[in-house]
Design a protein around this ligand. Structure first.
Ligand SMILES: C=C(O[C@H]1C=CC=C(C(=O)O)[C@@H]1O)C(=O)O
Ligand SMILES: [Mg+2]
Length: 455
C-alpha cells in the first residue's frame, strides 16, 4: 500500500482526511487538463455510457498495486475495507472512490510495452471530481500514518483551489489530431494462422469458443498526451464508457460499449455483448445488417456462450435475476452487436469485486469453457493483452461501483500506441471475416489517433 509519497504498512493505524467542495459548474476535461503539470502520470478519467456519472482523479492519496495474482480480488477488497474503517463516512455526503484495473491474464508474463502497469492497480485520488446527476463535487483526500497537520490541510486546499482556478480560466485546450508516421499490423500472419488452428481445435471439441485478439502499433511525429486522447474520445465516442488510466509516462485508454458489472444498492447489472456486424451507410442498409445479425447462426452461437455463463454467475450470486429471452441490437458508431442485459439482487455475501472475479473473463473476451479457452489463448494468441479486455472501473465504500470490459482500447508507451481488437471464434469462424471484424473494432481508437485502415 502506498500513499502519494511513501509506503504504508497494511497493519498500520491510519489517519484519513477528506474535505469536499460542491461546485456549480466545472468541465471534467478542463479539470483533468489542469492536473497536467503537477499530476501527470497519476491521473484517471471515467465516464459511464449514460453520462450520468463522471469521475476524474488527480494525484494519488492511496494506491494498492500487486503482482501477486493468487488473491488479487480479495487483496484489493481487504485493503479498501481496511482503509475505509478510518474514514468517517457518516460525516460526509460524498464517498471516497477507488478506481482501478486488473490485467486480463495474470498468468501471462508482461511484454515490454506493458511492464509499467502492475497486474493489480487501484488508486484513491488526492483530488477527486465526481459529477453525478449534474451535481458536481470535488473531494480532497490525504492518508498517512501520522495525524494530518493544519499546514498540510491548508496546502491541500490551496492545491485544489489552484486546480479549480486553472480549469476555469484556461477552459478546454484545443487539440489537433496526432500525425501517424507508421502503422504496423503486428503478427498478422500468426493471427490468421491462429484462427485456423483454433477453429480446428473447436471442431475437435477441445473448446466451444475462444476469443483471439491482435494488435496494431502506431508511431508518431510529436508527443501523444492523455489530454489529447481524452479530447478525441469525448468528441467521437459519446455512446461508450470512456476511460483513461495513467501510470507514469504510460497511459491506457478506451471507449468500450461493454459493461462487466455494475452494483447499485445491492442490485447487480451485467451485459452480454458478443456477435458483431458493421453499420450500414443508409438507414435501410443498417437495419438490414441488424436483422442479418439477429438471425445469423454463427453470431448467435458466439452470443449464447456469453449468456449461458453470465446466467450461471447470476444464478450463484443473486437471490433472483431477470434475463430477456433473446438478444437485441446494441448500435454504436462503427459497429452493431448482439446484446442481452442481465440484472439481479446480490446475495448478502456477494460484492462487486466478487462479481468481477466471478465474471472475468466472460466468453465475450475469453471463451468457453473458461479454463480451456485461457490455455488456448496463451498458446495461440500472438499478442500480450495487458489491460485490453480486462476489468476497469471503480467502487465506493458502500459497495456500489461499476466495471467495464476494456475493449476498443489502446496503450501509449514510449510515444507509440498499441491498439487491440479481437473476436469470438466458434466452429464456423473464418480467418478473413474475423480479420475484417477486427478492422471495424480498431476503428474508434484508430480514429482517435488520426488514422484509417482499409481491409
Ligand atoms: C473482443 C472484442 O469484442 C467482443 C465484444 C463484442 C463482440 C465481440 C465479437 O463479436 O467477437 C467480442 O466478443 C473486441 O472488441 O476486441
Ligand atoms: Mg464476433
Amino acid at each position: 500500500m502506498t500513499n502519494g509519497d511513501h509506503h504504508i504498512e497494511q497493519t498500520a493505524k491510519l489517519s484519513f482526511y477528506m474535505d469536499t467542495l460542491k461546485m456549480d459548474s466545472l468541465s471534467p476535461r478542463a479539470f483533468y487538463e489542469a492536473g497536467a503539470t503537477k499530476f501527470q502520470g497519476k491521473r484517471f478519467f471515467w465516464q459511464n455510457r449514460e453520462k450520468t456519472f463522471t469521475l476524474v482523479g488527480l494525484g494519488h492519496a492511496y494506491t494498492v498495486t500487486s503482482d501477486d495474482h493468487k488473491n488479487r480480488y480479495a487483496f484489493v477488497e481487504d485493503a479498501w475495507q481496511n482503509l475505509m474503517q478510518y474514514a468517517d463516512l457518516d460525516a460526509h455526503e460524498q464517498q471516497p472512490i477507488f478506481f482501478g484495473s486488473y490485467t486480463f491474464d495474470p498468468a501471462k508474463t508482461p511484454a515490454e510495452e506493458w511492464q509499467a502497469f502492475p497486474e493489480t492497480y487501484f488508486a484513491l485520488a488526492t483530488h477527486q471530481l465526481v459529477i453525478r446527476n449534474e451535481q458536481i463535487f470535488i473531494s480532497t483526500f490525504y492518508v498517512s500514518e501520522e495525524p494530518i497537520t493544519e499546514e498540510k490541510k491548508q496546502s491541500l486546499r490551496n492545491e485544489r483551489d489552484e486546480l479549480l482556478h486553472s480549469a476555469q480560466v484556461n477552459g478546454l485546450a484545443s487539440h489537433i489530431k496526432p500525425q501517424i508516421t507508421q502503422t504496423i499490423e503486428r503478427h498478422k500472419e500468426e493471427y490468421l494462422q491462429s484462427i485456423e488452428n483454433v477453429t480446428a481445435l473447436i471442431k475437435q471439441q477441445q473448446a466451444d469458443k475462444v476469443v483471439i485478439a491482435r494488435s496494431l502499433a502506431l508511431a508518431f511525429d510529436g508527443d501523444i498526451t492523455s489530454e489529447m486522447m481524452l479530447a478525441q474520445i469525448t468528441a467521437e465516442q459519446p455512446e461508450s464508457y470512456l476511460f483513461i488510466f495513467e501510470n507514469g509516462q504510460d497511459f491506457f485508454f478506451g471507449a468500450s460499449p461493454e459493461r462487466l458489472v455494475m452494483v447499485k444498492d445491492h442490485d447487480a447489472y451485467s451485459s452480454c455483448v458478443a456477435g458483431s456486424i458493421k453499420r450500414g451507410s443508409t438507414k435501410e442498409q443498417d437495419d438490414a445488417y441488424g436483422s442479418e445479425l439477429l438471425n445469423d447462426a454463427k453470431n448467435l452461437q458466439e452470443h449464447q456462450y456469453v449468456v449461458d455463463m453470465i446466467r450461471q454467475s447470476f444464478d450463484e450470486n443473486c437471490a433472483n435475476y431477470t434475463l430477456p429471452e433473446g438478444p437485441q441490437l446494441l448500435k454504436i458508431r462503427d459497429i452493431q452487436h448482439l446484446f442481452t442485459p442481465v440484472e439481479g439482487q446480490l446475495k448478502d455475501d456477494a460484492s462487486i469485486l466478487r462479481m468481477v472475479k466471478n465474471l472475468h473473463p466472460t466468453p465475450a473476451l475469453g471463451g468457453a469453457p473458461r479454463g480451456r479457452a485461457m490455455e488456448v489463448i496463451r498458446q495461440y494468441e500472438p499478442t500480450d493483452r495487458g489491460l485490453y479486455a480486462a476489468p476497469i472501473g471503480w467502487m465506493n465504500a458502500a459497495g456500489d461501483g461499476e466495471f467495464a470490459v476494456a475493449i476498443r482500447s489502446a496503450l501509449v508507451h514510449d510515444n507509440q500506441a498499441y491498439l487491440y481488437a479481437g473476436g469470438g471464434i466458434v466452429a464456423d469462424s473464418n480467418p478473413e471475416s474475423e480479420y475484417e471484424e477486427t478492422l471495424v473494432k480498431f476503428r474508434p481508437m484508430l480514429r482517435a489517433f488520426g488514422g484509417t485502415l482499409h481491409g
